[in-house]
Design a protein around this ligand. Structure first.
Ligand SMILES: [Zn+2]
Length: 422
């Protein structure tokens, strides 16, 4: 079935949403927005979404952490059947792009409108969800709304998370009118699809309309501390030093070598990065006394993550022996790789074929709400092409026709999963 996805209507929704928290630039190729959870822009974006959902005949509810769900229950559907849900998030990073998040929310709504326009009669209700604080940075580290909804974080703990000004999430949501009392529970969903911009160049390189994610990469964050001895850069002879930064430099190269080693032998998709160094006292005329390093390790294969993390620890042990530094190691953040549902991936491939669109399998190197939802029900992540792979940046771009094409694939997949005979 070819669903009448209306690219103009979808574009109008995404552009209207982009106005909330819009950042103005002289350069016409930049279109940015800052939409932080609890801001006026966030309130306005939510208000408009509610309006658009209700215009399309969906019943809207809000839960305690501000997650928003609009449900379409056509006459054909059993209102008690587990719904098929799709969506993403409306918040953004500071000066983020206009597609990251809103495409998935408004594509889900457009899919419902297209089904309704085409007279599709699904057996299950279909719902559109917008999760709170996906990006993190304002309240916590990200995926907050989906983490609470799926039961991985206690609701009361989440509401107590504070922003930089000390306001709690609960207070912020109360202030903008989005601290609700509904129960939005993904364990009761039949399935969840999230359409998101790829934030990479694979789809554009092969000319595919949609990417169908096989696995969302696992992510580990480690913190290493290397303690040497701060000393006068002029008066301390080379042989008398315990230079923490010189040791850290070897550490950075060891992590890189470990990741390269895994890529060459066991898993091409593995990556390891020392992304941050904090040097103290960080003065030109002082031998560095202490370095804190932030390490990010990701892969779709759990074992290769462990291999790289293991090599990271071995590097620190070696530096203690070879350079006389003291080291400490912590692993504060660890999310295992998340495979996506085969049933949902098949439905998406079939939908792409039906719509005459090219879809390819790929993995996701970034975390998305679908990763949380996949812990409690069948979940699938679909990608639309990103120009030059740029994201979290006002230059983020997906052509409007590509938005519509990926939405057609999403819509077809939703129809399949929501229909008993497909
Ligand atoms: Zn996003």
């Amino acid at each position: 079935m070819d669903l009448p996805v209306d690219g103009t209507r979808l574009r109008a929704d995404i552009e209207a949403n982009a106005a909330f928290g819009r950042v103005a630039y002289d350069d016409p190729t930049k279109r940015g927005r800052t939409n932080r959870t609890g801001s006026e822009a966030n309130r306005a974006a939510r208000d408009r979404l509610v309006e658009r959902l209700e215009d399309a005949g969906l019943d809207v509810v809000v839960d305690a952490v501000g997650n928003l769900l609009g449900t379409w229950t056509p006459a054909s559907a059993d209102p008690d059947a587990a719904p098929v849900v799709s969506g993403s998030h409306l918040d953004s990073v500071p000066e983020g792009g206009i597609f990251d998040g809103p495409l998935g929310v408004y594509a889900a709504l457009e899919a419902v409108r297209a089904m309704r326009d085409a007279g599709v009669e699904p057996d299950r209700p279909i719902a559109v969800v917008s999760f709170t604080e996906e990006e993190g940075g304002t309240f916590g580290n990200g995926l907050l709304g989906s983490t609470v909804a799926t039961g991985a974080l206690d609701e009361t703990d989440a509401l107590e998370v504070t922003d930089a000004d000390g306001e709690t999430l609960g207070e912020a949501l109360e202030r903008i009118g989005y601290r609700g009392d509904a129960d939005i529970d993904p364990t009761e969903w039949e399935a969840f699809y999230e359409l998101h911009v790829e934030q990479d160049t694979v789809l554009a390189e092969v000319g595919a309309a949609a990417g169908i994610v096989t696995t969302i990469t696992g992510i580990t964050h480690c913190e290493a501390t290397i303690e040497g001895e701060a000393n006068h850069a002029g008066a301390t002879a080379m042989g008398d030093r315990t230079d923490a930064l010189a040791a850290a430099s070897e550490f950075v190269l060891d992590v890189e070598a470990a990741a390269n080693g895994v890529v060459e032998t066991t898993s091409e998709s593995a990556v390891g990065t020392v992304g941050s160094l904090s040097i103290s006292p960080n003065a030109t005329n002082v031998v560095p006394g202490r370095v804190e390093a932030g390490i990010d390790v990701r892969d779709i294969d759990a074992e290769s993550i462990e291999t790289i993390v293991g090599a990271t620890r071995e590097s620190l042990d070696r530096l203690e022996r070879d350079r006389g530094v003291e080291t400490a190691f912590e692993r504060p953040f660890d999310v295992a790789p998340t495979p996506m549902s085969d049933r949902l991936r098949t439905a998406a491939h079939d939908a792409a074929e039906d719509a005459g669109r090219t879809a390819i399998d790929l993995h996701s190197g970034a975390a998305h709400d679908a990763m949380r939802v996949a812990r409690v029900t069948d979940a699938s992540l679909l990608f639309a092409p990103s120009r030059d792979g740029i994201s979290h940046n006002p230059r983020e771009w997906t052509d409007w026709k590509d938005c519509a094409a990926a939405t057609a694939v999403l819509a077809g997949a939703l129809v399949r999963i929501a229909s008993d005979d497909q």
